[in-house]
Write a protein that binds this ligand. Sequence first.
Ligand SMILES: Cc1cc2nc3c(=O)[nH]c(=O)nc-3n(C[C@H](O)[C@H](O)[C@H](O)COP(=O)(O)OP(=O)(O)OC[C@H]3O[C@@H](n4cnc5c(N)ncnc54)[C@H](O)[C@@H]3O)c2cc1C
Length: 418
Amino acid sequence: MADHTTDVCVVGAGPAGTTLALLLARSGLDVVLVERSRSLDREFRGEILQPGGQALLDALGVLAPALARGGHPHDRFVLEQNGRRLIDADYRGLPGPYNRLLSIPQPHVLSALLDECAHHPGFTYREGAKVTALVAEDSAVRGVVVREQDGEHTIRASCVVGADGRSSKVRVLAGIDGGRVDAFAQDVLWFKLSGSHGLPTDVRVFRAGGNPVLAYASSGAVQLGWCLPHGAYKELAASGFDELKQRLIAAVPTHAARIAAEITSFRDLTLLDVYAANAREWARDGLLLVGDAAHTFSPIGAQGINLAIQDAVAAHPVLVGVLGKNTGDAVVTAADLDAYVRVRKPDIDRMLKIQTIQSKAMLSTGRVSSVVRPALASVMSRSPLFRLMLDKIAFGNRAIRVRTDLFTADERPAERSA
Ligand SMILES: Cc1cc2nc3c(=O)[nH]c(=O)nc-3n(C[C@H](O)[C@H](O)[C@H](O)COP(=O)(O)OP(=O)(O)OC[C@H]3O[C@@H](n4cnc5c(N)ncnc54)[C@H](O)[C@@H]3O)c2cc1C
């Protein structure tokens, strides 16, 4: 590959970066999407997509092609304690047509988005390109340096968008504090078991023996996340694989036989350090952070993908508004990007509060919590606040809509379907 000059350089082809790249390309901008990995098939990425994210992907025409590659609808989110149902959030009671949860492997969503991006002459995908440095001039970000197979190259841009996930290199290179908050008391140990046939169509957090477990059916598999107190895994792992496996079987007795057969070494388990984060700054001259790079949530609340897609849709009109007028080599300023920050900051702050409540209500351990939880859950799930929270969790900010009016004339829905 070679050096490149573009309107926008998006770093990271996750849900945030790929959605934003498509929106900008459809609006006639020149976009380079940089991704360090050569494959979309990365294990243990989020799969549960809330209704709000589904609606936006549908408005982009990519939900149906993504689902055609495989997906699994879920009617409800359930919290269970020793076989007793404490919370039953039935998504079918929400306004349609997206009144369900979907488990859909991220590679399906990303490849449907990338297929659409590929139709645009102004779009360039540089996979296997890892950002190693920012290009800075007069205290503004002017581009990135990427390492590719044939060496290092510079991509200059009027705006660099850091969509490179929770450990964002772009954020670190810019010296922006990630704003980590240890809001959650648990880490999650993920694993997959084969065969989802006959499983209930819900996303479930349950406790059978000990710590809570998240479980849902995905394409041809069951995804499970065993919640462990922060830092406890190290000690557990030190007790040896066999001991850990016995504890796992005790926590998930319904899948005991499959765990015994399929979880055969530490390699079958992936530990996720769970924390919340809200970066101190999201925008600087020439730089915007979106998705997990700007804010990180617990995977148990299934918000990350939803918020990443909504970030992209909210950033689109702001970037088009500035760059549509931009002649030549000007930089998008932090003041320009403030229009985005003002919309998204309250949404993200609100969602972090909701997730903290959610996590305490569902996952806290100890005898007192276990005794009090059923009574609290019963009161809470009948309160109007519960419906309100469910609506926010499901749809996020409903005012965020795909601005098809900013697309080039041949990209507007009426033209595309003609
Ligand atoms: C185990 C697990 C389970 C989860 N479950 C759910 C769930 O069920 N539902 C949900 O909504 N959320 C879930 N999440 C969270 C969700 O996956 C994220 O919130 C979401 O993927 C964020 O999207 P993103 O585009 O911001 O970042 P990411 O999806 O993290 O994408 C970032 C991209 O940037 C690339 N990148 C990183 N560094 C560089 C670099 N230096 N140069 C170039 N490219 C780079 C990465 O390879 C990656 O492709 C889960 C997360 C984990 C880890």
